[in-house]
Design a protein around this ligand. Structure first.
Ligand SMILES: [Zn+2]
Length: 72
């Protein structure tokens, strides 16, 4: 399993590259406007979110390509 992105924290990643504890801390600091996900991602302390839209877009592209391909 991948490890938490927080230096010296070797717990298992649960969300956005962070372990449960570090993720809760991140949520807390974001909640009090001390930081933001953008900043954490930029500083390598969190993973960017894979947006469902982007992923859906890829699937859609693949589906369209398959449909354009002539049937065998
Ligand atoms: Zn951690």
């Amino acid at each position: 399993m991948p490890e938490c992105l927080t230096p010296e924290c070797d717990r298992e990643v649960t969300h956005r590259g962070l372990c449960k504890g570090c993720y809760s801390s991140a949520i807390y600091y974001i909640g009090i406007k001390n930081t933001s996900w953008d900043e954490l991602v930029k500083r390598g302390l969190a993973m960017p979110v894979i947006r469902r839209g982007q992923h859906g877009g890829l699937f859609r592209k693949a589906l369209d390509a398959k449909r354009r391909a002539p049937d065998e």
